[in-house]
Design a protein around this ligand. Structure first.
Ligand code: BG6
Length: 526
């Protein structure tokens, strides 16, 4: 990591994302093998991220990409598919850079359960390693259904494809990492039986988002925040990941998962970890992940006998929005009419350590809500004494620090300030930094950052196995109780609303309200 020149008014775009990324060391030559290469994730995220790195000159000189899948494709038809996915990145898909990129993309069709596929891969890798001088370094990316992860990893090992006698071998595994504590532990055991920890890259794409990484920079690279980052000054924290879309075409996966598995066990807990963790010794994989582990271990288990006071679930029902009928969850394509899968969860989390004792973290995530917004809002306490009579401390607004993860990526701080005029009148003011106003490039896609890190052998932004275990330990009892106890309600909320009103009870029982869904500081910026 290197320090950049300051951003000034004269030169607001002093640092472009491209400049910054290209300062990081270049990865060593390698071949990337994508399982599930004809699927949606590969075409929407993984391959475009490699292309984007290619045009930013971040890929090593010796690089190739081998797609594998069950779909019958030739190298040519695979390249055609890539070409159309790249259209969103490069309008001119017949450009030289697209043609160059395609020239090192190949395809191998096969059945994941047949050794023939792995033998084919082996033969192709031998040939490409020579052709592209990739030193036998291979990254296997599993963008396949989670229930076949173990089989594929086992077959890779049986074929000698992940042994590190010659070159590095890494395996990147998409979420979900298990479906509950038991299945997660089984997956971890199976991975560990054939791979070393340094070969395992468990992905949570939220950690690749620039704004998420900025939480750490903000906290630990500035002097002003850390001294007040504790229960003496912080009243509570809200973490919200609201989505306006419904389940889309992912019904098959989502109906078996639900929001607690899909968003809380991974993304939400990672956001919480970064906000709440202690300062690591340094920003590297071991120290960062050690601190996250300590934090996750300090989280209080949910009290199962009074679950509803702590965690509430909901499911969207149909509604009319702008004259258009929006389906309820159970009317969505391929969702059973009697599905009890939750599309919304709100929860309160307490952390048992010196820093956070008594500070509630309110978390909320849901689909088909009234807006799309991921943000972390840190609400500070009121001042203890007011020198502005008749105003009492509680008449003055609390300071609020907001990390806006998406959209409108940025950071803001709400403060009290004097408003213009002869009298001493005060009001809320929002000091805001928006990425789009300051940087010339939009932040890179989260996958781009993570894939680059993987090529650089940096596991700092990947999930360690014991973090997977700890988060499942927290949520598996809740999932079991939801499944087994018919008395626990699944509250309905209208599509396009703010979620079920029953979720308000969680902060209300602490004499608080959800503030981040309709926050004044955003309205001020519109
Ligand atoms: C995925 C979930 O991991 O994250 C999706 O499976 C969710 O259900 C998505 O929509 C949200 O990601 P982002 O980057 O759009 O906030």
């Amino acid at each position: 990591m290197e320090k950049q020149k300051p951003i000034t008014n004269e030169n607001p775009a002093a640092i472009s994302v491209r400049e910054r990324l290209s300062m990081e060391s270049k990865p060593e030559n390698c071949g990337v093998i994508i399982f599930g290469a004809s699927g949606d994730l590969a075409h929407r995220k993984i391959i475009p991220s490699f292309y984007s790195m290619y045009i930013k000159k971040l890929l090593p000189n010796g690089f190739y990409l081998l797609g594998c899948g069950r779909t019958s494709l030739t190298d040519e038809s695979f390249r055609e598919g890539i070409k159309s996915s790249l259209q969103t990145f490069d309008n001119d898909i017949s450009s030289k850079s697209v043609e160059e990129f395609l020239s090192f993309c190949f395809y191998s069709k096969g059945d994941y359960f047949s050794q023939v596929l792995y033998e084919n891969i082996k033969n192709k890798l031998q040939k490409f390693d020579e052709q592209f001088n990739s030193n036998n370094n291979h990254i296997f990316y599993l963008a396949i259904p989670p229930n076949i992860y173990s089989n594929v990893v086992k077959s890779l090992a049986q074929s000698g494809l992940v042994q590190e006698e010659k070159g590095r071998k890494k395996v990147v595994i998409e979420k979900p990492h298990g479906n509950n504590l038991e299945s997660a532990m089984l997956l971890i055991k199976q991975l560990n039986s054939v791979l070393d920890e340094h070969q395992i890259y468990l992905i949570d794409h939220y950690l690749g988002k620039d704004t998420v990484q900025n939480i750490l920079i903000f906290r630990f690279a500035n002097v002003v925040f850390e001294p007040v980052w504790n229960r003496n000054y912080i009243d509570h924290v809200e973490i919200i990941a609201a989505e306006s879309d419904g389940v889309g075409d992912r019904a098959g996966y989502f109906d078996k998962a639900g929001v607690l598995r899909d968003m809380f066990q991974n993304h939400m807990m990672q956001l919480l970890s970064l906000v709440a963790m202690e300062q690591p010794l340094s920003f590297d994989a071991e120290n960062m992940r050690n601190e996250k582990t300590k934090l996750l271990k300090s989280i209080q288990q949910f009290p199962i006998n009074e679950l509803e006071k702590w965690i509430v679930r909901g499911q969207y029902s149909s509604a009319e929005l702008n004259g258009e009928k929006i389906n309820g969850y159970t009317e969505e394509k391929n969702i059973p009419g009697n599905s009890k899968t939750e599309t919304f969860v709100a929860a309160k989390i307490l952390i048992d350590n010196e820093r956070w004792q008594g500070v509630p973290f309110y978390l909320m995530s849901g689909k088909r809500l009234h807006c799309k917004k991921t943000q972390i809002a840190v609400y500070f306490k009121h001042i203890v004494h007011s020198i502005f009579p008749p105003l009492k401390p509680n008449d003055l607004s609390e300071n609020i620090l907001v990390f806006s993860v998406q959209p409108n990526e940025g950071i803001s701080l709400a403060i009290e300030s004097k408003h213009p005029g002869p009298k001493l009148c005060m009001g809320d003011l929002n000091m805001q930094f928006l990425y789009k106003d300051v940087f010339s490039d939009a932040p890179p896609d989260a996958y781009e950052r993570l894939l680059l890190d993987c090529m650089l052998n940096d596991q700092t932004l990947f999930i360690r196995e014991n973090n997977v275990e700890l988060t499942w330990k927290l949520f598996t009892p809740v999932l079991e109780e939801w499944e087994n106890n018919p008395d626990i309600p699944l509250y309905k909320y209208q599509a396009g609303s703010r979620g079920p009103v029953e979720a308000d009870e969680i902060p209300r029982s602490d004499k608080r309200i959800w503030q981040s869904m309709d926050c004044w500081w955003e309205q001020q910026n519109d």
